[in-house]
Design a binder for this molecule. Structure first.
Ligand code: DX5
Ligand code: ZN
Length: 221
């Protein structure tokens, strides 16, 4: 079973205390920082531009997990200066040439991830299993924090894990994004996910972030 990893959704962080937040994450073994990039077209919101990503990359030793919720990502990859060891996820719904975009991400040295919205069938990504390090299953409709889990996505995670294992891709990871409460994380883990985007439902809920992180690692084995 692939190692469980928590990746805090930085769109939910207190942007006025970002330095302290990143220090806390560095001290608590957080392996990735999830950067939601939104263009106001693919999703009904704007979020985290290229300068913010550049600044956070400079301020942190933790690799980024950049979630591109933007139209035509293929033309814009270089805007985000992908670094070795970073995940770059692009939505299957946003490009006619998904395999080409994922291959380009890999050629830039980053780790390609293909993302699907709740209503998007897994058939949209099953031809690119050889081209990805991970598949991102949206468990809410992207655009805003604080939403509720789309319940049928739990079964979708399970189906994807089975498909990946049966097709000979057991090392391809599954990232889940949206309303990842501790309770939902346990269900998502049981369904086969191993990378958990932690937003207002988990790390950024009231209380100490370090307590939420420790509790996550204690419970989500
Ligand atoms: C949704 C965002 C996620 C997430 C935020 O578009 O991509 O980062 O929903 O976390 P929650 O759902 O816990 O507020
Ligand atoms: Zn995201």
């Amino acid at each position: 079973m692939l190692t469980a990893k928590i990746t805090p959704s930085m769109m939910c962080a207190d942007l006025l205390h970002l330095g302290e937040t990143i220090r806390t994450f560095e001290e608590n073994r957080v392996p990735y920082l999830h950067m939601d990039v939104m263009d106001g077209s693919f999703v009904p919101n704007f979020m985290l531009g290229t300068d913010t990503i550049r600044q956070i990359r400079r301020a942190s030793s933790i690799p980024l997990d950049i979630h591109l919720m933007i139209e035509d990502p293929g033309d814009k990859l270089e805007w985000f200066e992908p670094q070795k060891g970073e995940y770059i996820s692009v939505h299957a719904e946003t490009t006619r040439h998904l395999q080409r975009v994922l291959a380009r991400i890999r050629s830039l040295g980053a780790k390609p991830m293909a993302a699907v919205n709740p209503a998007t069938p897994l058939s949209m990504v099953e031809e690119v299993f050889p081209d990805v390090d991970a598949i991102l299953v949206m468990t809410v409709n992207p655009g805003y924090a604080g939403q509720k889990l789309v319940p049928q996505t739990l079964e979708k995670i399970k189906r994807l894990r089975t498909l990946l294992d049966e097709r000979g891709f057991p090392e391809v990871e599954i990232e889940v994004d949206g309303n990842v409460t501790l309770e939902n994380a346990l269900k998502m883990r049981a369904a086969g996910a191993n990378i958990f985007v932690a937003g207002t439902s988990l790390i950024f809920r009231p209380g100490r972030m370090e307590d939420h992180i420790r509790q996550f690692y204690e419970q989500v084995r």
